[in-house]
Ligand binder design. Sequence first.
Ligand SMILES: [Zn+2]
Length: 186
Amino acid sequence: MEGTVWFSSVTEVTSKGKGMRESRVLVLNVSCEPLQILAIRRAVRLVLGGKAEVVEFGAGHLRSEHHVLARPTVIRLHRYVHVPYQDLPFTRAGVLLRDNYACQYCGATPLPALLTIDHVMPRALGGQSSWENVVTACRACNGRKANKPLHVAHMTLRSRPVRPTRPSLLRHLLSRHPTWHQYIVG
Ligand SMILES: [Zn+2]
C-alpha cells in the first residue's frame, strides 16, 4: 500500500510541471534495446519508484513545490520486460510513420498535415482499410489517382505496403528524433 501512496504523490508532484504533457521519454529495456515511448510523467514515476534509471537528461528541470528533477529524455528499466508479439492496430498515424512521411507514388515529403492516406484498391471497388491496402500519398497524387485502381490511373507504388511490426515502427520514430536515433538497434 505504501507504494501506491508514493506513486500517487509523485503524480501530484509531476503533474505540476510545465509543458510536461508534450514531453516524451524513450524507455530502454534492461538490455538497452528501445521498448517504448512514454509520457514524461509516467517515466518519472518509474524512476522515482526505483524501477528505472535515467540514461540521458534533456535541457531544463521539472519543478514542484518540494522537488526539482532534471528532465529525463531516455531511461532504462532495471528488469527485463518481455514484449509479446502483438498485431498493431491499423491507424493513419501508423501508415504515415511506416512510409516515412513520404508519398508512396512520387516520393514527396510535404508537412505531415498535408499528407493523405490512399486506398490502393479504392474502397468503392471493395478495397479494405488495412496495412496492405493503404499508403501515404501527397494531395496531388491522391487527387490524380482518385477512385481508380493503379493500372487504370497509370501509377506505380515505390514500395509494397506491408503490415509493420512494433519494433519497425519504433525504429522509424527514433530515426526522426535527434537525441534518440543513436538507440536504434539493427
Ligand atoms: Zn505524390
